[in-house]
Design a protein around this ligand. Structure first.
Ligand code: PLP
Ligand code: COI
Length: 343
């Protein structure tokens, strides 16, 4: 199979339509057989549930070319399960988990020429999503739904790749207690649009959100979970019911414990600990971001600089990043069941 002629090394995190996407419809109370489609457009009724009351959930995962030339995905079963949970919380019919994984395989196989070659640093980002398709005007779930998966070849999420970023503490909240912060629904990202636009305008790469109830605890950023390393070299992982259960974070915790012999401390992390310089490294983690080091946090003019600095990723985050990428690219042996070989 001949690869597409793209400038793989210089891809950014952006959308580019590729040959095939997967489409399945939910009608009359049941999921229909899905199929691949050439059409990147969705035509909707003006009163479709997704357009009126934002009934949408999504996922993000990647296809990688390994060192020995295979094409693989990383833990797609966890994306299938999380999307199932997200749909249930939104009163949407959940897409069957085994069919989700099969559909991922089909899309990647059909677009193998778009999966970036090994060694380029790029990957094929996959975006499964589901939305309310039929019309609703009184507040109620739609009757009919559409499930789709498209792919787009991507480079690093943040400009500069693994160069440390500067983030700020947001004045806005992302997720309410007992709200929807723990699921992956487009509405959570709509909540963060104003905060991200103003953050970018002020020169920050992302926002750190504090817990909405007390504004004393670290939650996550707009598109990733947060990790810290303390002075003893322990990986400190903020625990909260209102953040997304990141698959990257859960995998990194396993990698830190079983591959790197680090101590792990998963607990609520108080903002005051960050202000008190209790941590020597900080980073954000997610499918799109992998691990991006945070060099500096600006809390309304109070600057927290991490000892790892603004030039290089810190040593612990570096080891975690390299090990995880090594597992994903087939350079490091993966735990059982983490890698789904597609081609
Ligand atoms: N938190 C938020 C708000 C996200 O959008 C993402 C991205 O998916 C993550 C965390 C990281 O999750 P994952 O590692 O499963 O991609
Ligand atoms: C992902 O990492 O897959 C996400 O969905 C994050 C998004 C902000 C791009």
């Amino acid at each position: 199979m001949e690869k597409k002629n793209l400038d793989w090394e210089n891809l950014t995190f952006s959308y580019q339509p590729i040959d095939k996407r997967y489409v399945a419809m939910y009608k009359d109370g049941a999921w229909q057989e899905g199929e691949l489609s050439d059409d990147p457009n969705v035509v909707l009724n003006e009163c479709a549930g997704v357009l009126q009351y934002a009934q949408q959930v999504f996922e993000g995962l990647k296809a990688y070319t390994t060192k020995d030339g295979h094409i693989v995905c990383f833990r797609p079963d966890l994306n299938a399960r999380r999307m199932y949970d997200s749909a249930q919380r939104m009163e949407m019919p959940p897409y069957p988990k085994d069919k989700f994984v099969e559909a991922i395989k089909e899309v990647v196989q059909a677009n193998a020429a778009w999966v970036p070659p090994y060694g380029t640093g790029a990957t094929l980002y996959l975006r499964p999503y589901e939305f309310g398709y039929s019309s609703v005007i009184g507040v109620a779930p739609a009757k009919d739904y559409e499930f789709r998966i498209f792919g787009t070849p991507v480079g690093p999420y943040f400009k500069g790749g693994v160069k440390p970023i500067t983030v700020r503490v947001s004045d806005f909240d992302r997720a309410a207690p007992r709200g929807t912060g723990h699921i992956k629904a487009g509405l959570n990202y709509a909540m963060s649009m104003h905060a991200i636009v103003t953050a970018h305008a002020e020169g920050f790469a992302e926002n750190i959100y504090l817990d909405a109830a007390t504004r004393t605890k670290v939650e996550e950023t707009g598109g990733a979970n947060i990790l810290f390393v303390d002075q003893d070299g322990t990986l400190v992982v903020p625990k909260s019911d209102t953040i997304l259960p990141s698959i990257t974070r859960r995998s990194l915790v396993y990698v830190a414990e079983h591959y790197l012999n680090l101590k792990i401390d998963e607990r609520p992390v108080y903002w005051q600990e960050v202000l008190d310089h209790k941590f020597v490294e900080c980073g954000l983690c997610g499918t799109a971001a992998v691990i991006s080091p945070i060099g500096r946090i600006n809390d309304h003019g109070t600057i927290i600089d991490f000892p790892s600095g603004m030039e290089e990723i810190g040593p612990v985050m570096k080891k975690m990043r390299e090990t995880l990428l090594g597992i994903q690219m087939g350079e490091v042996e993966a735990p059982e069941g983490w890698i789904m070989r597609i081609l």
